[in-house]
Design a protein around this ligand. Structure first.
Ligand SMILES: [Fe+2]
Length: 282
């Protein structure tokens, strides 16, 4: 197994590893360490089916079941695609396409759950020729860059995360009544602490409001914090190759898809999500 650093503040690439044959206790523990330190681990050339994807993912913990209203609902995989079963590209107004649009905003997977996910594992099946990348943003680097005064202001703040909040901005009808009922807003700590690697900011598209603050005051503070995201050295942008597998730490990075450039082409990705073990509040 070969390891290469990717971004300045995050990301490593593993090559010369076949996750169907080569994994053992030592390899798993090495990947866990890399994930803790670098937040994003890219494993090249893994042509796996969904069963193999699940088997590998379960070596790292229990998996989340896919929520209502998402392709793959009730199973351990999420299917992200922009085309129908018959292969035709879906219209822009289709739920899948609108959800893909929502995924182009910085977010942390499952931050709208009481116990948000720890890690996502995404496998590329079909990728467009141009665009459709995934950007990752180091929220440890963002936190570190904040002035002390701002750090002190936010260290003990709690945010509300609401699945329908971000989605409704894309299209007011995108979230169904059933989804709203099943996914009520939850509270999350705004600053998370990793015992070994320090503090990180925990925000993203699902964060609707800061608890205990007025609407305007909360929106202004969130906007101010967002201005610190805009630093190239905090971002690793992954240009996918077919069969790349990426694992990322949802409690240390935000991520977003980038638009497909030019004529729309098929994109098919499959994701598993490792459940978190505890709430961010305690
Ligand atoms: Fe995501």
């Amino acid at each position: 197994m070969l390891i290469k650093k990717l971004g300045t503040n995050l990301g490593v690439e593993i090559s010369e590893l076949n996750i169907k044959k080569d994994v053992n206790k030592n390899i798993i523990s090495k990947i866990v360490d890399l994930l803790s330190e670098f937040s994003v681990v890219v494993i090249r050339a893994q042509n796996i089916n969904n069963e193999e994807h699940i088997t590998f993912s379960e070596l790292f913990g229990n998996l989340e079941f896919t929520k209502v209203g998402t392709d793959g609902s009730g199973s351990k995989v999420i299917i992200l695609r922009n085309f129908a079963e018959d292969g035709t590209i879906l219209p822009v107004s289709d739920r899948q396409r609108l959800n893909n649009l929502a995924n182009q905003v910085w977010h942390s997977d499952s931050s709208f759950k009481e116990i948000p996910s720890k890690t996502s594992i995404l496998s590329a099946k079909i990728i467009p020729n141009n665009g459709g990348n995934t950007d990752f943003l180091s929220m440890r680097a963002v936190y570190k860059s904040l002035p002390d005064e701002l750090k002190n202001k936010i260290d003990s703040k709690i945010c509300w995360h609401d699945y329908s909040f971000g989605r409704s901005k894309i299209d007011p009808g995108l979230v169904s009544k059933n989804e709203k009922e099943k996914l009520p807003p939850v509270k999350q700590r705004m600053v998370l602490t990793n015992k070994r690697y320090g503090k990180s900011l925990y925000l993203g598209a699902h964060c609707s409001k800061i608890d205990g603050m007025g609407k305007k005051e909360s929106a202004e503070l969130l906007l101010e914090l967002n201005t610190y995201f805009d630093n190239k050295s905090f971002i690793y942008s992954h240009v996918w190759k077919p069969y790349d597998l990426i694992m990322w730490d949802n409690r240390a990075v935000l991520h977003r898809a980038t638009p497909i450039i030019g004529e729309i082409q098929k994109r098919l990705m499959v994701r598993t999500t490792i459940a978190g073990k505890s709430s961010t509040l305690f």
